[in-house]
Design a protein around this ligand. Structure first.
Ligand code: PLP
Length: 395
């Protein structure tokens, strides 16, 4: 590593609170590639954990940010900006048809907003409890931590925010037994990300919708990781044909420019009214310009069709690899949200892949998580599969 990189990393260690275990410094990105300070290129199949779904520094997003930054950056929600309504209309017309969006800055904040929506909706009915899934991940704020279905993230931050309970994912009976007359909502990721790339079973999700309708509780989908084309449809729930009452977005909505949102169906419009929820930076002109460019590009470049083709190609190649290695237990996922479930811990595989120039990450302990951009090419997939082959094979 160069003296320049060493120097920056030592300042980072000293002055940035060390809550992340990391050691690679990157200075530039384009498409599927990242470059370190020494000019070494890496194939990035993490995309900032499902954030840069159009690839790094997509020209349409860069142009939109540049132009908007020169025009108007922020005015607060005390005033109306030109782009927030445009973005909201795009999100609503691509999902419920009729409804509304609230804008914020991150996935945790989007989920907090949905949690508040459900609590407010249930408040005059005596309903306040939210049921979420084991192994889910919903964020790091105190309420979203309580919603998160893995105790390890909550350890040391107790007492847990009250009003949350967890049931096994893809288990209808467990959910049915847990719902009570205090329940206001069920919240889940249609495809679990951090928990190990686990898609909801189609029949299960349909049955959850019917159960929520029968019991009179809201169904909330966390699409922070699986949304925005990642799984082959704009929103993961669309492939299931199961509509939630509200869903959250963040990560890829701005392709790296921070923006989060939750979208509600029309019937919930009256729940959060003036003064009941807010976010200073929510839906700034700059953030909305980035997100509008993302949605326009997904549509104009037909990225859903393209990514579905690439997904089929990727899975075909991975199935061939699975035949070769008994250590590969299962291939999971949808679209370009791909998990390779291994026999044991995947740390060593990730390390080997990185040494060979491929960035992939874990989901849970035993799953290699692969999140290429929707713009990925066959050639890049070939290269990644070669490296995964060598990494699993130990060469
Ligand atoms: N929800 C899901 C499904 C996520 O994967 C994440 C982050 O990984 C979050 C919520 C939290 O998002 P953020 O880190 O933007 O707060």
């Amino acid at each position: 590593m160069s003296e320049h990189s060493d120097n920056i990393i030592s300042i980072y260690r000293k002055y940035v609170l060390q809550t992340y275990a990391n050691d690679l410094l990157f200075v530039r990105g384009k498409g599927s590639s990242l470059w370190d300070a020494d000019g070494r290129e890496y194939l990035d199949f993490t995309m900032g954990i499902s954030v840069c779904n159009l690839g790094h520094c997509h020209p349409a997003v860069t142009k939109a940010i540049r132009q908007q930054a020169a025009k108007l950056v922020h005015i607060s929600n005390l005033y109306i900006n030109e782009l927030q309504p445009v973005l909201a209309q795009k999100l609503v017309s691509n999902s419920f048809g009729e409804g509304a969006a609230f804008f914020c800055n991150s996935g945790a904040e989007a989920n907090e907003g949905m949690i508040k929506l459900a609590r407010k909706w249930g408040s005059d009915k005596g309903r306040f409890e939210i049921i979420t899934m084991d192994d889910s991940f919903h964020g790091r704020t105190l309420a979203t931590l309580a919603a998160t279905g893995r105790a390890k993230y909550r350890k040391g931050f107790e007492p847990d925010t009250p009003g949350f309970s967890h049931v096994p994912f893809n288990n209808l009976q467990a959910l049915e037994e847990k719902i009570s007359d205090r329940t206001c909502a069920v919240m889940l990721e249609p495809v679990q990300g951090e928990g190990g790339i686990i898609p909801a079973d189609a029949e299960y999700l349909k049955a959850v919708r019917a159960l929520c309708d029968r019991k009179g509780v809201l169904l909330l989908f966390d699409e922070v990781q699986c949304g925005m084309g990642r799984t082959g449809t704009l929103f993961a729930w669309q492939a299931y044909g199961v509509q939630p009452d509200a869903f959250s977005l963040a990560k890829a909505l701005g392709n790296g420019y921070p923006i989060g949102a939750f979208v509600i169906r029309e019937g919930l419009r009256g729940v959060l009214t003036a003064g009941t929820h807010a976010s200073t930076f929510g839906g700034t002109p700059l953030a909305c310009a980035a997100a509008c460019a993302v949605l326009d590009t997904i549509e104009s470049k037909k990225l859903l069709e393209r990514s579905n083709k690439m997904s089929r190609y990727f899975f075909r190649k991975l199935r061939a690899l699975q035949k070769k290695y008994s250590a590969i237990r299962e291939l999971r996922g949808k679209g370009l949200m791909i998990g390779i479930a291994m026999e044991g811990d995947v740390k060593e595989y990730l390390k080997r892949a990185r040494e060979k120039g491929l960035l992939v990450i874990s989901a849970g302990e035993n799953v290699i998580r692969i999140l290429p951009p929707l713009t990925v090419s066959r050639k890049e997939i070939d290269r990644a599969v070669d490296i995964i082959d060598q990494s699993v094979g130990g060469s």
